[in-house]
Design a binder for this molecule. Structure first.
Ligand SMILES: Nc1ncnc2c1ncn2[C@@H]1O[C@H](COP(=O)(O)OP(=O)(O)OP(=O)(O)O)[C@@H](O)[C@H]1O
Ligand SMILES: O=C(O)C1=C[C@@H](O)[C@@H](O)[C@H](O)C1
Ligand SMILES: [Mg+2]
Length: 485
C-alpha cells in the first residue's frame, strides 16, 4: 500500500515507521524543509509541504508523481493520514491546517482513502459519563468546532476519523512532568470530586491504531484511548509515591485550558472490536514496560530550567566488578537499618537462572534489558541500599533512574586488586571471555570511568580501606547528603 503521512511529529513519524517496517511504501510530509531535515535518517521518503496552501499541496503531488521514473506508473497514494498539528495556534491556525488542509488533500488526492486524526477533546461531557463514538460531540470552543469540520470532510469523502486521547510516550508526559516539577494538582469541582477523568494513549499505541485503520480502510469514527478509567486523584495517588513525592493538593480547574474542561471516560470498545488492542493498557503499565518513558521524563525535568530532580532516600553503589558493591552495601544497610537490595540478585530471581546462563541464552542485550526493568521496578522504594551491577551505567536510559533513585557512591579500587578479587568464581561472564581478566577490567574502566564519575555524588578509593571503613564512609556521607536536602 502507498501511504502519505501528512505531519510526521510524535505520532506521525511512528506511524510511518510501522508502515514502512510492514513493507508499505511511505512518504512522510513535514511542514517545512527544516523539519524535513530532522527526519533525514528515516528509511522512508520525506517531503516538505504546507497543507494550508493549495499550491504547496499541488507541488507535493507533483513531487510524488516524480518519484517514479521512466515508464512506471506515477506514485499516487492509496491512502493519506492527516496528522499535522497546528502547533498550539488559535482558530485561524485550526482553520488553515485542519479544515483547509484536509480540503486541499482531498481535492489533490481524490482516489486516496482519507484518515483524519482528531481529538477526544471534541466530547464536551463534564458529568463523568462514559462516551463512545455515538455520543454528542459539540465542543463549546471555536477550535473544537473546527476539528469537527475537518472530521466531517474525511467522513463525507468515504474515510475515517481517529479521535486520539492525550498522547504520551518517551519524552512527553504532561502528567509526570508536571508532577515532578511540582506543578500538578487534582482539579476538582462539584461534578468531579476526585478530579477530571484522564483519557490517555501511548504514542506507540496511537500509531498502531492509525496503521490498523488505514490498512483495513475502516470507515467512520474511532476513539483511540487506552483501557483505563482513571481520575486525576487515582492517577496522582499512585504516581506520586512511585517518585517519592507527596500527592498534590486539590485545585480549581484552570479556566484557560486550551481545549476546555471536560470530565468523561472515553471508550475504545469500537476500535477494540475491530481487532486493535493497546500494548499499554494503562499509564502504569507503560511506566513499567516502556524502557524509555520514566527515564526520558526524569531527564527532561533534570535538564529543565528549574532543574531540580527529586531524589529518593536510598543509597546506590556503583563501580566495577569486585569493587565491593554487594559486600559493602550489605554492611551499609545494616548500619542504617535500611533494606539491602542487589540488582544482580533481583535479575537472577526474576529470570530463575544465573547470570552466566542469562548471558548464554539472551546475550548481553537480554541481560541489559532485564537489568533496566529491575531498576524501573525499584521506583517508589525508599530506605534501601541498592548494590548495582557493574555495567548498569552502560545503558543511557538507566542514568536518570539511578540519579533519581538516591545518593550514589562510586567504589573505586585498583584494577589488579579487582582482578584478584574476582578470580575466584565464574559468576561474571564478562571476565570469562578471550581477553585476560586484567586487560578486560582495564578496558571496562576506560569505557566506564567517565560515566561513574559523572553520576557519583561520592567517590571512595577503597584500596587502603577495610570493608567496614568503606561502609562507614558511605553511611555517614549519605546521612549528611539527605540531612541537607
Ligand atoms: N574493601 C574490600 N576489601 C577486601 N575485599 C573486598 C573489599 N570489597 C570487596 N571485597 C571482596 O571482593 C569480592 C567481590 O566483592 P563484591 O561481590 O562485593 O563486588 P561487587 O562490586 O558487588 O561486584 P559485581 O559488580 O560483580 O557484583 C568479595 O569476595 C568481597 O569479599
Ligand atoms: O560489569 C558488568 O558489566 C557486570 C557486573 C556484574 O555485577 C553483573 O551485573 C554482570 O556480570 C555484568
Ligand atoms: Mg555485586
Amino acid at each position: 500500500m502507498r501511504v502519505l503521512i501528512v505531519g510526521c511529529g510524535f505520532v506521525g513519524a511512528r506511524t510511518a515507521d510501522i508502515l514502512h517496517a510492514a513493507g508499505h511504501e511511505v512518504v512522510g510530509v513535514t511542514h517545512s524543509s527544516t523539519s524535513a531535515e530532522r527526519l533525514i535518517h528515516k528509511p522512508w521518503r520525506v517531503m516538505a509541504c504546507d497543507v494550508s496552501d493549495a499550491a504547496s499541496v499541488a507541488s507535493l503531488r507533483a513531487q510524488c508523481e516524480g518519484m517514479a521514473e521512466g515508464a512506471t506508473p506515477a506514485w499516487v497514494p492509496d491512502a493519506f493520514i492527516h496528522c499535522a498539528s497546528s502547533s498550539k495556534g488559535g482558530p485561524e491556525m485550526y482553520q488553515a491546517v485542519y479544515v483547509d488542509g484536509m480540503g486541499h488533500l482531498l481535492a489533490t488526492f481524490p482516489g486516496a482513502f482519507p484518515l483524519y486524526t482528531g481529538s477526544t477533546s471534541v466530547y464536551p461531557q463534564t458529568d463523568g459519563s462514559e462516551v463512545d463514538e455515538t455520543s454528542p460531540a459539540d465542543p463549546g470552543k471555536e477550535t473544537g468546532r473546527l476539528l469537527l469540520a475537518a472530521e466531517r470532510l474525511a467522513l463525507e469523502n468515504g474515510g475515517a476519523v481517529a479521535r486520539l486521547a492525550g498522547i504520551y510516550g518517551p519524552g512527553r508526559s504532561f502528567v509526570l512532568k508536571n508532577l515532578l516539577e511540582g506543578k500538578s494538582g487534582i482539579e476538582v469541582n462539584k461534578g468531579a470530586p476526585d478530579g477530571r477523568l484522564l483519557n490517555q494513549i501511548h504514542a506507540d499505541d496511537a500509531a498502531a491504531a492509525l496503521v490498523h485503520i488505514v490498512t483495513q480502510k475502516l470507515l467512520g469514527i474511532y476513539n483511540v484511548v487506552d483501557d483505563a478509567r482513571l481520575t486525576q486523584r487515582e492517577c496522582l495517588e499512585k504516581l506520586a509515591p512511585l517518585f517519592n513525592l507527596q500527592v498534590p493538593a486539590e485545585k480549581a480547574p484552570d479556566p484557560g485550558r486550551k481545549r476546555g474542561w471536560t470530565h468523561k471516560h472515553v471508550s475504545n470498545a469500537r476500535l477494540r472490536a475491530t481487532g486493535w488492542a493497546p500494548q499499554y493498557s494503562d499509564y502504569f503499565a507503560a511506566l513499567r514496560d516502556d524502557p524509555e518513558l520514566a527515564p526520558s521524563i526524569l531527564q527532561l525535568v533534570a535538564e529543565g530550567s528549574e532543574g531540580y530532580l527529586p531524589r529518593a532516600e536510598n543509597i546506590l553503589l556503583i563501580g566495577l566488578m569486585g569493587s565491593g558493591k554487594s559486600t559493602v552495601g550489605r554492611m551499609v544497610a545494616q548500619m542504617l537499618g535500611f533494606q539491602f537490595v542487589d540488582t544482580d540478585h533481583l535479575i537472577i530471581d526474576q529470570a530463575g537462572c544465573s547470570i552466566p546462563e542469562i548471558f548464554a541464552k539472551e546475550g548481553e542485550p537480554g541481560f541489559r534489558q532485564r537489568e533496566s526493568a529491575v531498576l524501573r521496578s525499584l521506583l517508589g522504594r525508599r530506605h534501601c541500599v541498592i548494590a548495582t551491577g557493574g555495567g548498569i551505567i552502560t545503558q543511557p536510559r538507566n542514568l536518570p533512574l539511578l540519579k533519581h533513585l538516591g545518593f550514589i557512591t562510586w567504589l573505586e579500587a585498583d584494577v589488579r586488586l579487582l582482578a584478584r578479587r574476582t578470580a575466584g568464581n565464574n559468576d561474571r561472564p564478562l571476565l570469562r571471555g578471550e581477553e585476560p581478566p586484567l586487560v578486560k577490567l582495564e578496558r571496562l574502566l576506560g569505557e566506564r570511568k567517565p560515566i561513574y564519575k559523572q553520576l557519583a555524588d561520592l567517590r571512595i578509593q577503597t584500596d587502603e580501606l577495610s570493608q567496614q571503613e568503606s561502609a562507614y564512609g558511605v553511611a555517614e556521607s549519605a546521612r549528611i547528603f539527605f540531612a541537607q536536602r
